[in-house]
Design a protein around this ligand. Structure first.
Ligand code: AMP
Length: 481
């Protein structure tokens, strides 16, 4: 559990990756043209290793960033990365992140785009900036790199770029001091940025609020839809807000089939049949219907045959003859005690609703996850929250009740009413807990660039459970039913 997955990768997949990058860039550039400049890209390469048979193995993003085609494409898109390769390929992602920020500041006037693969990395980067900005300013003022950077190759590479620049240091200092609660930080630091770019849909949606805060007036453009197994669709309507983003399937980038997912008779969207035997036959790309939901099956150019991706998508319309898909959620059920079924999306909506109560206190949910606790009789849902401050118990109790009420799945509500599921528990964890979880995954070889906080922690994931339990601060039980 938590180990990175390794799927076949070859030149064809690399080519299709560049194809979709260029396709969506053309659509973006029509709406938001960028000049020659640079991109501040929070990208990180994880370790590569050799299989017993001598093949190079690595995560998908690592394969892409290491390929010479990637650099060429970035150049063609007028936005080479601010940071030298030593930073992208550094062995310690904390050090790489610090140096990405530093390089961005050095080239602040040239930065046209701020991006990452998944939006989480951008939010994570600017949360870190809040902690280290004075150190970055000192580095720029004195032209010498902080001693926190210990990797020799990174130190050498940065030394080539970093010169004492008191004027730049003063500008950044006064910009930061002038901000209220870091609102508009990205716009202030990088005044020529045209937009912020990264995957912002699906499990990235919970970070949008914070990203908008950092972005100020800058537009957020949601990136394409794909996976390590292959790309699927491009965002050809970049002006749409990320919440409404759809992805036009590139019909020749793989072979796609779609398993229709029937809605429950009560019309509850998230309740879907999950028995394989009960499943309808897959339909082809041109046979999908607008308004219907499907699970994608992918056959790619690297040898995966009829691979079930596990994602649920909804057809929103057609771009010429190819369907435009909205990402709905991962198909696997997350939370279930008995007849209840709640997906990642249901959890996300519940957390969103309860976080409104915190927003009234000017506080936010930094990150969250969940589990089902069967050690009590009956079992119950546990939601873990890391929050940005310390609200009164009364507020958190209300949040807990709100979470419990926000799972509207009929199975959950009826089970709660008869106490076949126990009161929902909200556990608050210490600041920094989710960084520890990220570090844990990175330690297992996960790619930071592909990191998605696990929204449900199963019983086999004992290390993450241990991190959550060791960092628990307070617990609340719902009184909503
Ligand atoms: P990975 O397993 O790291 O290759 O990530 C692939 C998974 O990330 C996909 O199967 C989706 O669940 C998710 N994903 C990728 N692109 C998007 C997108 N544009 N919107 C929502 N989820 C996405």
């Amino acid at each position: 559990m938590g180990k990175p997955k390794f799927v076949p990768f070859n030149d064809e997949l690399m080519e299709s990756t560049m194809q979709i990058f260029k396709t969506s860039f053309a659509f973006r550039n029509r709406e938001y043209p960028i000049g020659n400049g640079k991109a501040l890209q929070f990208i990180y390469s994880s370790k590569q290793f050799k299989t017993k048979g001598g093949l190079a193995a690595g995560t998908a993003t690592t394969n892409v960033y290491r390929n010479a085609q990637f650099k060429k494409t970035m150049k063609a898109m007028q936005t080479p990365c601010c940071s030298p390769d030593e930073v992208i390929f550094g062995p310690d992602f904390h050090q790489s992140l610090y140096c990405h920020l530093l390089c961005g500041l050095i080239f602040r006037d040239e930065v046209q785009v701020v991006s990452s693969t998944f939006a989480h990395s951008i939010v994570h980067a600017f949360r870190t900036f809040e902690q280290v900005w004075e150190e970055l300013v000192t580095d720029i003022r004195e032209g010498s790199l902080s001693s926190r950077i210990t990797v020799p190759s990174i130190r050498t590479a940065i030394a080539r770029l970093l010169k004492p620049d008191p004027e730049l240091a003063d500008t950044i200092y006064s910009k930061c001091m002038g901000l209220s609660n870091w609102y508009g930080l990205i716009q202030e630091l990088f005044p020529n940025t045209k937009y912020i770019y990264g995957i912002m849909t699906g499990s990235m949606e919970p970070y949008l609020k914070k990203l908008r805060h950092y972005a100020g007036e800058l537009p957020l453009l949601s990136a394409d839809y794909g996976s390590s197994e292959g790309w699927i669709g491009a965002n050809v309507n970049p002006k749409l807000p990320p919440e409404l983003a759809t992805f036009a399937v590139l019909p020749d980038i793989g072979y796609f089939e779609f398993i229709p997912l029937k809605e429950d008779i009560n019309g509850h969207e998230q309740e879907r049949p999950c028995k394989l035997s009960a499943e309808p036959l897959p339909v082809g790309l041109t046979e999908v219907k607008v308004g219907e939901e499907y699970e994608i099956i992918l056959t790619n150019f690297a040898g995966l045959y009829r691979y079930r991706l596990g994602d649920v998508v909804k057809v929103k319309g057609f771009h010429n003859s190819t369907p435009e898909l909205q990402f709905i959620c991962r198909r696997n059920l997350l939370l279930t005690v008995n007849i209840d079924k709640n997906t990642e999306k249901d959890l996300q909506l519940a957390v969103e609703a309860a976080a409104e109560l915190l927003a009234e206190e000017k506080l936010e949910v930094v990150d969250f996850t969940s589990r089902v606790d069967f050690s009590t009789e009956p079992g119950h849902y546990v939601i873990f929250w890391e929050i940005s401050g310390d609200p009164q118990d009364k507020i958190l109790q209300e949040c807990c009740n709100c979470l419990d009420r926000s799972f509207v799945d009929a199975g959950y509500v009826s089970s709660r009413k008869v106490n076949a599921i126990g009161p929902l528990e909200l556990r608050i964890v210490k600041r920094g807990t989710f960084h520890k979880i990220l570090d844990h995954y990175v330690g297992l070889g996960a790619a930071v660039s592909q990191f998605k906080t696990p929204r449900c922690v199963g019983p086999t994931n004992s290390t993450v459970l241990q991190i959550l339990s060791l960092n628990g601060v307070k617990s609340y039980f719902s009184t909503a039913f």
